[in-house]
Design a protein around this ligand. Structure first.
Ligand code: NAD
Ligand code: ZN
Ligand code: ZN
Length: 383
């Protein structure tokens, strides 16, 4: 089959690879019809995630059609159209029983911090990803959701990750009615976080980014106020946000940027010297600008090792200050309703669609924020 193939930092291509097969009675094989590129994939692409092996296939946001099921799979059958959460989770362990599928005890024996994920290095279990014609889905009764027949696959595609992630970020912010929420990052995750903040009763939503076309987009898409941190003089962004909020700062600040933030020379230098993994600028700004007694949420990804402050642990283990990988599954029924009722136009953020062969171009365009790119969707097996 054809699959996206990682060749080292900044190098990906589409190449032939053996088709996956059932390895366990609970597996399903899925023919992938849609597969997205996520901001999280950029951390892999840039070589920032440890143990990202050459030849591996990325892709944790996908939908498709069930091709084959193992003998123990009870809820899926060949021909079902499904969307698949990025988490790989057993469904029965201590964490899974609490709905915390991102923290599954069984699906990722390689790392004690977090559960499994598709196409996200051997630190999340070494599973192959869905930017491929076919993918193996372990614990197939736990994650996948059958798409209601009347709904278009692209309407529900982002239930695999970024919509629940944005929603959970806003939820973890414990927004009280009328409060001011500041979202750092106007990428797909930031867009859905901003939308969700409104759904949870925010009185004001401000989005911060350094890329004008993205700020223009989010103003139209989510009806928010925006600040370009470059215009605010970089390090003065904290003062600017206080000035906009009666001198106190926003009630809730959400980092939807993660470990590759721009905007701080100091963070960039520490990152280049490998004293931290990337740059934690947005988290620093979030902590500095939130009002006293406010809530900070880290939903942008930070890698497990290397950070001077173990913010990767904070983020991946879901500790206080509210950080987490999204527990996708538990949000699906509620978000499906929001989509159905037209409160969130999910596919309206897709700017680029193409075959698997387009992966090298799409990675580059998305990473460099070129061509007004917001979200790229690959069509591995479009039929
Ligand atoms: P993206 O790259 O499209 O968007 C990131 C945005 O942040 C860009 O528009 C960039 O210009 C902006 N930015 C850079 N530095 C900034 C700064 N200092 N302040 C404000 N904005 C800044 O990525 P995305 O797909 O939106 O993902 C965002 C983050 O969310 C990534 O770290 C991704 O890994 C993470 N993520 C986490 C989860 C989870 O479960 N926790 C799930 C999906 C994605
Ligand atoms: Zn993702
Ligand atoms: Zn589990």
């Amino acid at each position: 089959m054809l699959a996206m193939n990682y060749r080292g930092p900044y190098r990906v291509r589409a190449a032939e690879k053996a088709e996956p097969r059932i390895e366990h009675p609970n597996d399903a094989i899925v023919r992938v019809t849609r597969s997205c590129i996520c901001g999280s994939d950029l951390h892999l692409y840039h070589g920032l995630v440890p143990d990202t092996r050459i030849g591996s296939t990325f892709g944790h946001e996908f939908a498709g059609v069930v091709e084959e099921v193992g003998p123990n799979v009870a809820t899926l059958k060949r021909g079902d159209r499904i969307v698949v959460p990025f988490n790989i989770a057993c469904g029965t362990c201590f964490y899974c029983q609490k709905g915390l599928t991102s923290l599954c005890d069984r699906a990722n024996t390689a790392c004690a911090l977090m559960g499994g994920a598709f196409g996200y290095s051997h630190t999340t279990g070494g599973y192959e990803g869905g930017q491929a014609e076919y993918v193996r889905v372990p614990y197939a009764d736990t994650g996948p959701m059958v798409v209601p027949p009347e709904m278009d696959t692209e309407d529900v595609l982002f239930l695999s990750d970024i919509l629940p992630t944005g929603y959970q970020a806003a939820e973890m912010g414990e927004i009280k009615p009328g409060e001011t929420v500041c979202v750092f990052g106007a990428g797909p995750v930031g867009l859905f976080t901003a939308k969700s903040a409104w759904l949870m009763g925010a009185g004001r939503v401000i989005v911060v980014d350094g890329v004008d076309y993205r700020l223009d987009f989010v103003r139209g898409y989510a009806n928010v106020e925006t600040v370009n941190y470059s215009d605010a003089g970089g390090k003065d962004i904290v003062g600017r946000l206080r000035q906009m909020t009666d001198g106190r700062g926003p009630d809730v600040c959400i980092d939807a940027v993660g470990c590759e933030a721009s905007g701080s020379f100091m963070h960039k230098m520490l990152g280049m010297m490998k004293l931290q993994a990337g740059a934690a600028t947005a988290l620093e700004w979030a902590i500095q600008s939130v009002r006293r007694g406010g809530n900070v949420v880290a939903i942008g990804v930070y890698g497990p090792p290397f950070n001077l402050v173990p913010i990767g642990d904070l983020m991946n283990k879901g500790l206080t200050l509210r950080g987490a990988q999204c527990n996708v599954k538990r949000y699906l029924p509620r978000l499906l309703e929001h989509i159905r009722e037209g409160r969130i136009d999910t596919k309206g953020i897709i700017t680029h669609r193409g075959p698997l062969d387009a992966a090298p171009d799409f990675y580059e365009i998305f990473a460099r924020k070129q061509d007004n790119c917001i979200k790229c969707v690959l069509y591995p097996n479009a039929a």
